[in-house]
Design a protein around this ligand. Structure first.
Ligand code: NAP
Ligand code: HSE
Length: 430
């Protein structure tokens, strides 16, 4: 291909779109020298003209008709930063069918429809690049697909939702309650007006589905992921975790085991000494273990205008380079296996359990009996008096099958001396 500049159609000039425009125009010389050809935004699909005015963009570039981009043969790369599933899927599908390369930051679309979109990009020999869809500015898709390609990846443990990491950090540092830190996160613009996807774990689960698919070369979808959010985490649990030398984080965990792939998102206690324990505020990190490389960790900003745009523009540069050398689609979908997903009941983890009990002789023994009966072995026990009659017992188990643990808890709930199972949280990273 021989052109002066490769032309781009930008779908959306919101938070990420603005950053993409700023980098492509601000770093134009560097981009041209690194790629071997310049990249230029020819058209922008955006309804709101003020968004173009704010950046002094020539209003001639604005369009509200997708056809102005999809049907323009000069536009070779479509950058999708609209978000959502429809009409985005429709636009991306048509761009790929028209032979255009697509760069997207859209985890919702890739996690739900990745299989279909990768088949289209392969059939049309185009690039479909999505580095920004997981952990914003942190390089993780390309490292998994390329830099670590020689490895068999055994596990990924990630903190991949900035909002919940900010909330748990503040609860830990300030002893604040969940509702207060949620309001603080919303005021700072980290949590959305409707924070459900973040606090219930679905945002992290979508990102984990994408990571696990690449890591284990087998398609994982959102429904495969066991999801539990952070709404049940209290400052009391965080304080107990601290006493036991742990910190509470929302983890996204993917492991390849002998009996299938484990994919789960849930809060977990991790030891203070674990590298992920140091990841605070809105920062994200992904801890990847490969059979050759050993342990690696990728750390940085998982969201925001410029960090996310940094990943999008790097993808644009790759797509442009591939077009220049007539090799678009050279690195395609790597889900060439079909591995089973492990049943959550068969998962083996350690547990933290907090119980409110009547403080009288034999209570601890009756609880220990039930655990023993279900082959749940206890690693440590803490007991604190609440008042004259009631006490709080905090237990940490050794590794136990999830199914056995749930059965034991069902029986313990029925004991007359147990007033409540106040919380159960898994323990990871040991
Ligand atoms: P955003 O601020 O809401 O921007 C989206 C832009 O697209 C808005 O200007 C919106 O205009 C426009 N738009 C949406 N649908 C349109 C349509 N059908 N026609 C024309 N314009 C349309 O969203 P964002 O935060 O930039 O996120 C974009 C994508 O990046 C999402 O997939 C998101 O998950 C992903 N992402 C974002 C971040 C982040 O930090 N923000 C990080 C990683 C990934 P209106 O406002 O008028 O609808
Ligand atoms: N809502 C996400 C987070 C950012 O809090 O990490 C976009 O993926």
């Amino acid at each position: 291909m021989s052109v002066e500049n490769i032309q781009i159609g930008l779908l959306g000039l919101g938070t990420v779109g603005r950053g993409v425009y700023r980098i492509i125009t601000g770093n134009a010389d560097n981009i041209k020298r690194k790629v071997g050809v310049g990249v230029e935004i020819k058209k922008i699909l955006e309804k709101d003209t003020s968004k173009l005015r704010d950046l002094n963009i020539d209003l001639g570039k604005q369009t509200t008709e997708i056809e102005d981009i999809i049907d323009d043969p000069e536009i070779k790369i479509v950058v999708e930063v609209l978000g959502g599933i429809e009409p985005t899927m429709n636009y991306v599908t048509r761009a790929l069918e028209g032979g255009k390369s697509v760069v997207t930051a859209n985890k919702d679309m890739i996690a739900a429809h990745g299989k279909q979109l990768f088949a289209l990009s392969e059939a049309n020999q185009t690039d479909l690049l999505f580095e920004a869809s997981v952990a914003g500015g942190i390089p993780i898709i390309r490292p998994l697909k390329q830099c670590l390609a020689a490895n068999r990846i055994t596990q990924i443990i990630g903190i991949i939702n900035g909002t919940t990491n900010y909330m748990l950090t503040k609860m830990t540092e300030q002893g604040s309650d969940f509702e207060d830190v949620l309001r603080e996160a919303q005021a700072k613009g980290y949590a959305e007006a409707d924070p459900t996807a973040d606090i219930e774990g679905y945002d992290a689960a979508r990102k984990l589905a994408i990571l696990a698919s690449i890591a284990f070369n087998s398609r994982i979808v959102l429904d495969d992921v066991y999801v539990e959010g952070i709404t049940k985490i209290t400052s009391t649990d965080i304080a107990y975790a601290g006493e036991l030398n742990y910190i509470v984080k929302l983890l996204a965990i993917a492991k390849e085991t002998g009996d299938g792939i484990e994919v789960r998102v849930h809060p977990a206690l991790i030891p203070h000494s674990h590298p992920l324990a140091m990841v605070n505020d809105v920062y994200n990190a992904i801890y990847v273990t490969g059979d050759a490389v050993g342990d690696t960790m990728f750390y940085g900003r998982g969201a925001g205008e410029m960090p996310t745009a940094s990943a999008v523009v790097a993808d644009v540069m790759d797509a442009a380079r591939n077009l220049l050398h007539n090799v678009p689609g050279i690195i395609s979908c790597t889900c060439y296996e079909n591995k089973p997903v492990k049943d959550m009941g068969a998962t083996e983890v350690k547990y933290y359990v907090r119980l409110n009990v009547t403080d009288k002789p034999g209570v601890l023994a009756s609880i220990a009996y039930v655990f023993g009966d279900k082959e749940v072995s206890l690693a440590s026990v803490l007991q604190k008096h609440n008042d004259g009659n009631n006490a709080e017992i905090v237990l940490v188990t050794h590794k136990v099958r999830e199914k056995n643990m749930q059965e034991a808890l069902e029986t313990i709930k029925q004991l007359s001396s147990v007033n409540a199972i106040a919380n159960i949280i898994r323990v990871e990273g040991e």
